[in-house]
Design a protein around this ligand. Structure first.
Ligand code: UDX
Length: 441
């Protein structure tokens, strides 16, 4: 099939490459000329394991190309995927203006009847709004084509985006006609034949809701275990063991029960807010989601509190942050708990320095005031305390000896529960973690 992907960010570019891998002919388009230029040169503009290799394969085979002109990008399109950003607005809802713009562009330049597919995460009922936009635009055309709107949410995780896309847990699409459903079947037929993943075919609003409900549910699990961690600290229990014990119940399962600094990234914080906002708009106060967000923010506050417990006041103290990315395997800093913590520490008067194996160039752009270190030992040298913010392997591997050798005061706040508390405490580290044994217990 001839597919056009509009927006070549994390979701759009990986999806475009996967469509091409499944044998479709794909054109990627984006407003950002710098990104397109790099892609036209065959180079991924962000880091994601396996992505460059996949791009080499499909660009090399001529199945994925890029066009900066929207009309040119749409020349052969039978299916158009909307993968533009839906950033949060101050009120909690997402900014859907980019999605609307794509709707108008596609309505104006459509070369034939086609299906316009929302892949960007959007609130339920965005499909209906898009149809209105398209109807208004096409009404002006002499011979309008039929553009049907479908929803096909994306569930990929950053750091495993290629794997998740090529081997998804499920494919979900919502359509409002048999013909649009058949087009979506055609897009995914090669994947389903190869991978055998389950497919959920539904209406547009349900598909939209599946995405928000899934992300809000996963965020709720994380905040739930973080709230349990707070109780664990107060009663002397170990949240890792509690989570393990809970997870053996197959109705609960083990995943997404890792207590720590809380969730970040481009999806969970935004989607929790957007889902609560949508519910409020349609007359349901989803207070549970407000609590999920508050617990998440509270985890950072608890790290600050632990540091103050050790260091008294933070003015002039040098704090070493281990990890900047919102999770390992990515250089993405969006809503990263590490950077929020850096802001809070700075506001408290601390001098903040940071290490990350891949995200430092992005730190330089977004938080230029942060002192950046490419070497863990150098970062630790002379700092008054260290905080584990991201569970990269090289951070997990730091031993008590290294902390004791380099830190001015041997204070470690393990915000991701990566170290063994007993080994750290027995070696003499003033060690604190999230919901597990601390040096004071
Ligand atoms: C998430 C969803 O998993 C994915 O399905 C959706 O398409 C996009 O949003 P992503 O943001 O890439 O993916 O990251 P994910 O691996 O889900 O982690 C999100 C955040 O939660 C990270 O900051 C991570 O450190 C944190 N997390 C995750 C925890 O704190 N505890 C856990 O148990 C799991």
């Amino acid at each position: 099939m001839n597919i056009t992907v509009i927006g070549v960010g994390h979701v759009g570019l990986v999806s475009a490459a996967a469509f091409a891998r499944w044998g479709h002919q794909v054109v990627g388009h984006d407003d950002d000329a710098a990104k397109l230029e790099r892609l036209q040169g065959g180079e991924a503009w962000f880091y994601e394991p396996g992505l460059q290799e996949l791009l080499d394969e499909v660009i090399g085979a001529g199945r994925l190309t890029f066009a900066s002109d929207p009309a040119e990008a749409l020349t052969d399109a039978e299916v158009v995927f909307v993968c533009v950003g839906t950033p949060p607005l101050p009120g909690g809802g997402p900014d859907l203006s980019y999605v609307e713009t794509v709707g108008r562009t596609v309505a104006t330049h459509a070369p034939r009847d086609l299906v316009l597919v929302e892949k960007s995460t959007v609130p339920a009922n965005t499909g209906r709004r898009l149809e209105q936009v398209i109807d208004r635009e096409t009404a002006r055309l002499a011979t309008p084509y039929r553009i049907q709107v479908a929803s096909n949410p994306e569930f990929l995780k950053e750091g495993a985006a290629v794997l998740d896309t090529l081997h998804p847990d499920r494919v979900v699409y919502g359509t409002s006609s048999d013909s649009a459903r058949d087009v979506m079947r055609g897009v995914y037929a090669p994947l389903v034949a190869e991978d055998g993943c389950p497919v959920v075919e539904t209406d547009v609003a349900s598909a939209e809701l599946i995405k928000h409900a899934s992300n809000a549910f996963l965020a709720t699990r994380i905040s739930f275990i973080n709230a349990v961690a707070q109780v664990c600290e107060r009663v002397g229990a170990d949240v890792s063991v509690v989570a393990e014990g809970m997870g053996h119940d197959i109705r609960i399962g083990h995943r997404f029960l890792q207590a720590g600094l809380g969730y970040g990234g481009s999806c969970f914080p935004k989607d929790v807010d957007a889902f609560a906002h949508l519910a409020g708009q349609v007359g349901y106060e989803f207070g549970l989601l407000d609590e999920v967000r508050d617990i998440n923010v509270g985890q950072r506050a608890s790290v600050l509190h632990k540091l103050e417990g050790e260091l008294w006041h933070l003015t002039g103290k040098s704090i070493a942050l281990l990890g900047a990315a919102f999770k390992p395997g990515t250089d993405d800093l969006r809503e990263s708990p590490a950077l929020h913590l850096a802001d809070d520490l700075r506001a408290a008067g601390a001098e903040v320095r940071i290490y990350d194996p891949v995200a430092l160039p992005n730190v330089a752009e977004e938080h230029p005031w942060l002192a950046r270190y490419e070497d863990i030992d150098e970062l630790l040298t002379g700092a008054h305390a260290a905080v584990v913010c991201t569970d990269w392997d090289e951070i997990k591997a730091i031993t008590s000896d290294r902390y004791l050798k380099h830190l001015a005061y041997p204070i470690v706040i393990d915000g991701r529960n990566v170290h063994d508390p007993t080994a750290m405490i027995d070696a003499g580290v003033r060690y604190h973690s999230m919901g597990r044994r601390s040096v004071n217990d």
